[in-house]
Structures are given as C-alpha cells and as structure tokens.
Design a binder for this molecule. Structure first.
Ligand code: HSE
Length: 405
C-alpha cells in the first residue's frame, strides 16, 4: 500500500483528491500496488465533503506518520510550502508539487536534498498545468541539446490577448471580464506583468540547459501596455500578439526573456488561443516539437500532480530527476539579443520618413485608414542595443513590440 498526503484542499488539491478516488483502480494497476489518500491537510473544515474523513489541520500528523510515502502539495506560495517540502524530504518521504514559486526559487536545493535521501521531488504541474513538459525534458529529450524554448505559459494573459485580438477590446475591459469569469486573480499583477511566465520559463530553461536559471535575472515585460490599436496594426500586417516566455542558446550563450511578441500565422504558437498554453521546444537532433493543452484549472493541473504521485509510487526509493544543477547559468545581457521590432511613431509618415530612415534604415510605413497622426513600421533584425540607439534619435515613439516573424 502506498499512502499519500495532499497539502491544501483548494482548487488543485481537491482535484488531486477527486482523481485519486475516482481513478483509484486504474491508478493502482499502473503503480502495481494499492494507493490511498491517508490525509488531506487544510486549515478549513469541509462539513459533508468526502474529504472530511481524512482531513487534518496539523502538518506534524503527516510528517510523524511512518506510513506516509508521498506528500503532494497544492497550496502555492513559499511559506509554509518551502518548510513543508524540506521537512518531508528530510524525513525520507517523496514530495511533489504544482507550486512554481517554490520550484523556481528552491528547485535545485530541494532536488539535491531529495537526491541525498534517495527520494524524489517532482513538479510536473508547476509549468503548463496539465501539459506534460517537465517529464519530456527530463526523460524523453535527453538525447538532444535543447537550443530554444518558446512558450505561451500563462493562460490568463493568453485569454486577455486573444479577446483583444478577436473582439478589438481594450486591455482593461478584457481584464475586468477575465476577473469576473474567475480566470484572472483579483490582484492580476503576477500574470499581467509576466512574473508567472518568468518563473515558468526559468524552470524550463534550468531543465533544458542543466544549470540553474535564476528567475530574477530574466528580463520581464508584461502585457499592460498592449493596446487595441496595436492589434489593429497587427491584423493589417497578418500578425497576432502573444506573451512569450522564451530562452535560447546561441554559440554557447543563453538568452531568456518574457515579453509580448508579434507573431505570424506561420508560427505553431499562432493557434494557441484563450486560456490554453503552448510550448515549442527546439533541439539540435529533434528539430521543433510542440506541447499544447490546458495550462491551468482544477483537473488538468490535478492530472499532472497525480502523474507525479504515480511516478513517485513506482520509484519510492529511487531518485529519478537529476537534470537541474545548482550551478548558476549566467544569462547574456538582452542588449545583444537580435529580433525585428514593430514601432509606432506619432506624426505623418510622409513628413517623418527621412528622420525615421536615418535612424532605423529603410522602412515601409504602415498606416490605418481610421487613425490619423501616427504610422508604424517593422525594422530589420537588429540587436536590442541597436534598437535603443536608433529609438533615441526619433521623437514620438508610441510603442515598440518585438516581432518573431
Ligand atoms: N495564473 C496562471 C495562469 C495559473 O494564468 O496560467 C497557472 O499557473
């Protein structure tokens, strides 16, 4: 018998409990042993809920029970999750989590601790919700050198950008709707400023490149400055706008960033709409490979947590996740990163063309029939530093968005 404790009976925790109860027989068959949720930890009471019979309020009940093999955390935040993770592993039990803050901040330390104890610290649900991406990076793509990861890693911002694109709405209006629908938090900062996607691309990059990418080193730009007008230009150019978490390795140098990008219909990520996530991985041997699915939500996320529980139940005393060294990966300054830029400038295209071309080189102005007093253009592929230098020479720049097309 494998005994499991679930920490937190919120959206994800209750999903984990439900799946383990509902799919008990098939899960037990896959493990080759019986499995039981012995405890669910939550400070709240749930009168009449099936969880009542296993509900506990004190973590010590779990940690002091020698029968508990696996602790699955679905609480989020660093405190007390970090303490619970450390105590669980130190006690010689396995730990799995959907908590990206915890993994981005303490991943290498907790993996080391798990390794030293011959146990596991798994975190499939921390990136991409139900999409299997951690396990493929750790197991299926090990023959390859990963050269690039580009992900739509945040469902909330993808929902907002998709609505702005398809319905011509303003950012603030769609954000309000997303909050009413429960897709966006009351305080949406972590999502709309890109902090959530930043932690996720830090985790994926650490696994892909084998060294620790500190999320605090990643240049991060959110979507709050993207306007309905930007989408009108994008539409005229046959492009859309997506928030990317992105990292790439060029000649041994690594770049990482989170920022809105204009992308063309040719991009495999173009069709990742609404709350869905998509992750495009490029490896030297495999080429492009894409992962798509629900990046959040009760059951998709629970599915990934339960998959970790199954993996840990099959490897109760064998460490299986070892690709993430605690040695820091020094990221390159994004000033030398190269891409095209979409730029909007105030004034009349004809009268300002010479000045703009003197700074940026030859450009083709784009105008909108319904908008006077400004125009837009897309630069050639240039470095971020060259963009900054050129932009200094042009008055009235209203917007700039990186372009991947
Ligand atoms: N706030 C996150 C999102 C939840 O919108 O994708 C899943 O990590």
């Amino acid at each position: 018998m494998v005994n499991v404790a679930v920490l937190g009976y919120g959206t994800v925790g209750s999903g984990v409990f439900d799946v383990l109860v509902k799919n008990h027989d098939s899960i037990a068959k896959k493990i080759g042993d019986d499995i039981k949720v012995k405890y669910v930890l939550d400070l709240r009471e749930f009168p009449g809920d099936p969880v009542e019979s296993v509900l506990v309020h004190d973590f010590d009940t779990i940690i002091n029970d020698p029968e508990i093999d696996i602790v699955a955390e679905a609480m989020g935040g660093l405190d007390p999750a970090y303490t619970f993770a450390k105590r669980t592993l130190e006690a010689g039990k396995n730990y799995c989590t959907s908590n990206k803050e915890l993994v981005a901040m303490y991943g290498p330390e907790l993996l080391e601790l798990a390794k030293s104890k011959g146990k596991n610290f798994l975190f499939e649900a921390s990136v991409g919700g139900g999409i299997p991406i951690i396990r493929p990076l750790n197991q299926s793509l090990t023959a390859d050198d990963i050269t690039e990861i580009t992900g739509i890693l945040n469902g909330t911002t993808n929902f907002i950008l998709t609505k702005m694109d398809k319905e011509g709405l303003a950012f603030e209006d769609v954000l309000k709707e997303a909050q009413e629908l429960g897709y966006a938090e009351k305080d949406p900062t972590a999502d709309v400023e890109g902090y959530d996607a930043c932690r996720k691309i830090a985790i994926l990059s650490s696994l892909a490149y084998g060294l620790h990418v500190n999320f605090e080193d990643i240049y991060t730009e959110g979507i709050t400055k993207i306007t309905a007008l930007d989408f009108k230009y994008a539409s005229k150019l046959g492009l859309s706008i997506k928030l990317f978490g992105k990292s790439k390795k060029i000649d041994g140098k690594c770049y990482a960033m989170v920022a809105p990008f204009m992308i063309s219909t040719e991009s495999p990520l173009y069709c990742v709409n609404g709350v869905m996530n998509g992750i495009l991985v490029n490896g030297e041997v495999i080429g492009d490979i894409m992962f798509y699915g629900s990046g959040a939500g009760k059951y998709p996320t629970a599915s990934a947590v339960v998959a970790d529980i199954v993996d840990e139940a099959k490897h109760l005393n064998k460490h299986i996740m070892s690709l993430w060294s605690s040695k820091k990966l020094e990221l390159e300054d994004i000033k030398s990163n190269r891409c095209k830029f979409f730029v909007r400038v105030s004034g009349d295209a004809a009268s300002r063309l010479d000045a703009v071309e003197e700074a940026f080189g030859k450009i083709t102005p784009v105008t909108l029939d319904e908008v006077n007093g400004e125009f837009a253009f897309i630069t050639e592929v240039i470095s971020e530093a060259d963009y900054e230098a050129a932009a200094q020479k042009v008055d009235g720049i209203l917007q700039r968005i990186r372009v991947e097309a």
